[in-house]
Design a protein. Structure first.
Length: 117
């Protein structure tokens, strides 16, 4: 079984919706981290204060095929391409430790069920 790390960087206001979309499409647990967005353009200032967009970095470990499904769902449901509200990417995992055997079995069973459909 191949695993992937799905990384979604979204506006902080979309964090809960992104997690809900991901879980509805097969993601399990998630690790969240705060972030700040700095674009290619100059930083915006307001009365001497710099505006940096608050973002959430979401990390999901999942089976590779599931990661592709989740990535597409996040892209479509959050309209990431249309409204520039975030980015999502998938990275292959070469070695993995710390996931309970029970969870790996659950991944395998879910894949079997999807094949049967």
């Amino acid at each position: 079984m191949r695993f992937a790390l799905l990384v979604a960087i979204v506006e902080q206001s979309l964090e809960d919706k992104a997690i809900d979309v991901a879980k509805a499409n097969g993601a399990g647990g998630v690790t969240t981290m705060p972030g700040k967005g700095l674009g290619l353009n100059e930083k915006k200032t307001f009365f001497g204060l710099t505006y940096e967009r608050a973002e959430s970095v979401l990390l999901f470990v999942m089976e590779k095929r599931t990661s592709i499904k989740v990535m597409k769902a996040l892209k479509n449901e959050l309209k990431l391409e249309d409204e520039n509200k975030g980015i999502v990417m998938s990275l292959p995992i070469e070695h993995l430790a710390g996931i309970p055997t029970k969870q790996i079995e659950a991944f395998a069973n879910k894949l079997k069920e999807e094949k049967e459909l």
